[in-house]
Design a protein around this ligand. Sequence first.
Ligand code: AMP
Length: 201
Amino acid sequence: MLLIGPPGAGKGTQATRLAEAFVVPAVSTGDIFRFNVKNETALGLQVKAFMDAGAYVPDTLTNAIVKDRLGESDAASGFLLDGYPRTTDQVAELDRLLDDEGTKLDAVVLITADTDEVVSRLLKRAEEQGRADDTADVIRHRLDVYAEQTAPLIDVYSARGLVITIDGLGAVDVVTDRILAALADRGLHATNTIEKAANPS
Ligand code: AMP
């Protein structure tokens, strides 16, 4: 399964919850990059400037980390990708990886939220978490990059009949329930019941 949506739509929060519900790992390229930046690894040093500027990390680097991560044993029976693919080149790479494994995507969950809402959420997150890429200018740039490079992927996956569009406005639990209901409608049933969100707003 993939989770797509603009920065601030709540992908990360929902990804963690869906992963728990379906008992699969949530793989977030943003989290992998942040971990590497924090630990000053060679990869972290390569990607920091792109992230701080709100630009995408080059496809070659991004594709390589996803290939490695999906090759780990916990991803063998399924996974949920949060924030990947984000470019058409990444779609092609994911298609190749899935083909090689003889597997295919079950669903692409598109979480929508209007621009004012995502900007205010990201500014709030900046206060709470101090992320370097959550300043007003960088947020604006990230939204532009999303519109230019990632929004077109929605058409690609829609043409394959995979997209489930979910309104991302509302409490965390409500949004999770919307996603679970839409997935169940397509025959994708969660195996685990998940706890209510600690911070439901
Ligand atoms: P996220 O946490 O998903 O918002 O990602 C934070 C930042 O990590 C993005 O603004 C990019 O700089 C980088 N990043 C994460 N995923 C990707 C991706 N699939 N392709 C390119 N850059 C990415």
